[in-house]
Write a protein that binds this ligand. Structure first.
Ligand code: ADP
Length: 185
């Protein structure tokens, strides 16, 4: 409560899930900038950052991926508890771990954002050249190609980034989060 008063808003977790190249990092990074410029306490928690530190012992098997997301969720939860708006960008392919994080957060403080981009579009973008490698069988268990992705059943927000521009997505995101922040103040 005191933390909410100090920051002027409650902490929360905004969880971006979707295929590699869907647009999670792009949206979360630009949204972090918007919130930061508004004087909000916001922090982008990106999969790659944890993979080189806290989760460096984990690979990409299904068990390791589940553990990776579980740890990410715990970090996000702690940061949100300190009062931060955490923008968590993780493929997080399985519904179970995403739902477990939601269940541990106070009501309304977990916002699931499904960055729903068709795998064909992600593959065309191939931002990191990973799809090319996956097609060449250089990456086993690649989400969307050789490893499953379970779409969220009832996410708070959904973006079709092949149909909506980055700016349009950000406007909708901002509107939704603004309402949630106001409701929790
Ligand atoms: P992810 O973090 O999901 O792996 P990235 O954010 O790294 O994906 O890459 C997404 C790519 O798609 C970027 O090159 C971005 O410019 C592009 N893109 C096109 N339209 C959108 C949109 N509406 N939202 C987000 N990204 C988009």
């Amino acid at each position: 409560m005191e933390r909410t008063r100090r920051f002027g808003h409650p902490g929360m977790v905004v969880w971006f899930t979707g295929l590699s190249g869907a647009g999670k990092t792009t949206l979360a990074t630009q949204f972090e900038r918007i919130l930061f410029d508004q004087g909000r306490a916001a922090y982008l928690l990106d999969g790659d950052i944890l993979r080189t530190g806290l989760c460096q012992d984990l690979g990409f098997s299904i068990i390791d991926r589940r553990e990776n997301v579980r740890r990410a969720g715990e970090v996000a939860r702690v940061l949100a508890d300190t009062g931060f708006i955490v923008l968590a960008a993780f493929i997080s392919p399985f519904a179970l771990e995403r739902d477990q994080i939601r269940a541990k957060m106070p009501p309304g403080r977990f916002v699931e954002v499904y960055v729903n981009t068709p795998v064909e579009t992600c593959e065309q973008r191939d931002v990191k050249g990973l799809y090319r490698k996956a097609r060449a069988n250089l990456i086993p268990d690649f989400t969307g190609i050789s490893s499953p992705y379970e779409p969220p059943v009832d996410p708070e927000l959904k973006f079709r980034t092949d149909q909506e521009s980055i700016e349009q997505c950000l406007i909708r995101l901002q509107e939704f989060i603004e309402n949630r922040l106001r409701a929790g103040r």
